[in-house]
Ligand binder design. Structure first.
Ligand code: OGA
Ligand code: NI
Length: 372
């Protein structure tokens, strides 16, 4: 038996080793891809997820029957104020009220733009280390940031993933500030995704029985951030995660994924695969829309499994103003409240919310702390 002092000493030792290991990994500025390129066959300790997370992963049979809906936006029919549009709104409403996830096809973003965006992200992550490392930073004031694990020092276990992040609206960087490997496509994709974001906000407003421009006027679509992930193939995928389970801290996310798969949503008490669908975009609702809709819409927990066949590439576009200075305060929408429907959340700004969320690290729910 060790006495308390010994236990404490051991804890401190482990703790300081972990910190040193994290720092050493961070200092390489080469991310997870750097480890894979170096030919490792065992994953470093800092990436090993807790046994609860791991056993959860292997013991839960992921459902083959449950599927999240694929909604056809039939672009031209959406423009008209007819039955077809109502039908689409109904599907968006059901998905938003239940699993908080759906995929869309015929969304108006050309297939070439989707493919080019994935390839642009691949070029960024696969360029020479000497050039890429110049972007490696955790300094929030830098327009383009590349790093591995935004919560590297806060989370219990690091994820098998590298990321490049850039705020594209409302205050886009100058083109020359963007990486040359994906400059044009980031600007192009960003324009398309903003247009789709505005359409989604109309549909979501109508699904809440608000006037079509309600959410847009609340500035839910004013800002967006492109978060470009690279999940290298992992030699021991059952010991770690691509992304720890979490909900997103925004209004909604438009996610582009390649064909590898691994994204799952927690729905009806099980993990459901969000299978890659050719030409589709995944839409998921975030914590802020659950807050302003007073729990009508769901911000669902999701995660990405590590894979053996990667790299898997995805681009999450987070709609929120985040770091953009704004005094806009968000609480449950007044029009949705009544005597039976009392406000369930405190008010917050988009910035305060994301700062709080980030301070907790992925996997620690933040929204519940805003519940009244
Ligand atoms: C995220 C996220 C999923 C993916 O960035 O928040 O959940 O498929 N990404 O990369
Ligand atoms: Ni997410």
């Amino acid at each position: 038996m060790m006495d308390t002092q010994q236990v404490q000493h051991k804890y401190e030792l482990d703790h300081s080793n972990r910190k040193q290991e994290l720092k050493a990994f961070d200092d390489t500025k080469a991310g997870v891809k750097g480890l894979v390129d170096a030919g490792i066959t065992k994953i470093p300790h800092i990436f090993i997820a807790s046994t609860t997370e791991n056993s959860f992963k292997t013991s839960t049979s992921t459902s083959n029957e449950l599927q999240i809906p694929v909604i056809d936006f039939k672009h031209e029919e959406l423009q008209e104020d007819g039955v077809a549009r109502k039908h689409i709104i109904d599907k968006v409403k059901v998905a938003s009220e239940t699993c908080g996830f759906f995929q869309v096809v015929n969304h108006g973003v050309p297939k070439e733009v989707l493919d080019d965006m994935i390839e642009g992200v691949r070029r960024f992550h696969e360029q020479t280390h000497d050039v890429k490392k110049e972007f490696y930073t955790r300094d929030g004031s830098r327009k383009v940031r590349y790093f591995s694990n935004f919560d590297l020092y806060e989370s219990k276990a690091a994820n098998w993933r590298d990321t490049m992040i850039c705020g594209m609206a409302p205050d886009p960087p100058k083109p020359e500030e963007l990486p040359t490997t994906c400059r044009e496509i980031m600007i192009c994709y960003s324009k398309h995704v903003k247009r789709l974001g505005d359409i989604l906000l109309e549909l979501l407003s109508e699904a809440l029985l608000l006037k079509p421009k309600h959410l847009e006027e609340m500035e839910c679509g004013k800002g967006h951030v492109l978060v470009s992930h690279y999940y290298p193939a992992c030699p021991e995928p059952y010991k770690t995660m691509g992304i720890t389970e979490h909900s997103d801290p925004d209004f909604f996310t438009i996610l582009l994924q390649d064909r590898i798969g691994g994204l799952q949503v927690f729905y009806q008490n099980q993990w459901v695969d969000i299978k890659p669908v050719e030409g589709a975009l995944v839409i998921n609702l975030g914590d802020l829309i659950q807050l302003i809709s007073n729990d009508k819409f769901k911000s669902a927990k999701h995660r990405v499994l590590a894979n053996t066949i990667g790299p898997r590439i995805s681009v999450a576009c987070f709609f929120s103003t985040y770091y953009y200075p704004s005094n806009q305060v968000y609480g449950p929408i007044k029009e949705l409240l009544s005597e039976e429907n009392i406000p369930l959340y405190k008010e917050t700004t988009a910035r305060d919310y994301v700062l709080y969320y980030n301070s907790k690290g992925l996997g620690t729910p933040a929204l519940e702390d805003f519940r009244l």
